[in-house]
Ligand binder design. Sequence first.
Ligand SMILES: C[S@@+](CC[C@H](N)C(=O)[O-])C[C@H]1O[C@@H](n2cnc3c(N)ncnc32)[C@H](O)[C@@H]1O
Length: 280
Amino acid sequence: MTAEEFRLLRDHVYSHCGILMREDMKFVMERRLWPRLEALGMSNFSAYHRYLRYDAQRRAELEAAVEALTTHETYFFREMAQLNAFTDELLPLLQQRNASTRRLRIWSAGCSTGEEAYTIAMLLRDSRRFDGWDVEVYGTDISRRVLTTARRAEYGPSSLRTTPPEMVSRFFEPLAGNKVRVRDEVRAWVSFGHLNLLDEESYQLVPRMDVIFCRNVMIYFDLPARRRLLRIFNERLVPGGYLMLGHSENLLNLGADFELVHLRGDLAYRRPMLPSKGGG
Ligand SMILES: C[S@@+](CC[C@H](N)C(=O)[O-])C[C@H]1O[C@@H](n2cnc3c(N)ncnc32)[C@H](O)[C@@H]1O
């Protein structure tokens, strides 16, 4: 891959989904996209770039390229300190706040194979606070392949590596060959959909959320893409709604319109109840 081919492909992928391949990732890109060239019978990346831009199949191929370039690492009960803070401090508050509507909407944005969305639903079930409520946990991702796995809800030991054993017996049924399936009572609260977080048209169907989890997704975006996404999240949250980021992510230098909330042992961000003065 020449430097020029790298630049063209990188810019094309970036403008589609915000994922930025840094200069030092040329070889990663080359290695991950090479199987696509082989599948299409091409011998160089210029031809592949032309295909991505002009071929009738370009949309499907762009999805395949993004598929090859994205990292889908995830597991159940990831970042337990944050989940404990969510359970112990935010759930009582949400129960109180939404008592009149008995409705709760939570979004796992960039959900990968579904472990995060199901984890949230398990915590909600486990708390018993929302029994009989209208609860929806939405998982969305740009990759259709991971969403197929999410909907199937069958997992192996690596997905369960930090799941407390009592949660495994409560919320999973055993399958053959070391696999388990998420129980129907949890699945009933979770649904999955395809959504590119940086495509503003995708948001028309997204309802207002009480909490958005977007963990380990923005790390792949550059500053302008993060700013755009945070503006969208702010807009998609109810006033007073919470944004939960991954532990290596924060809103420093982003000038975002969120309040920092100190939970015991963790941080969260909140959309202010009232618009900030000056309309910013
Ligand atoms: C590392 S996984 C994180 C999964 C989960 N949130 C967690 O923390 O365990 C990142 C996911 O973000 C998705 N992703 C990356 N860019 C995206 C975009 N522009 N729109 C939607 N999803 C995206 C990837 O497909 C991948 O499944």
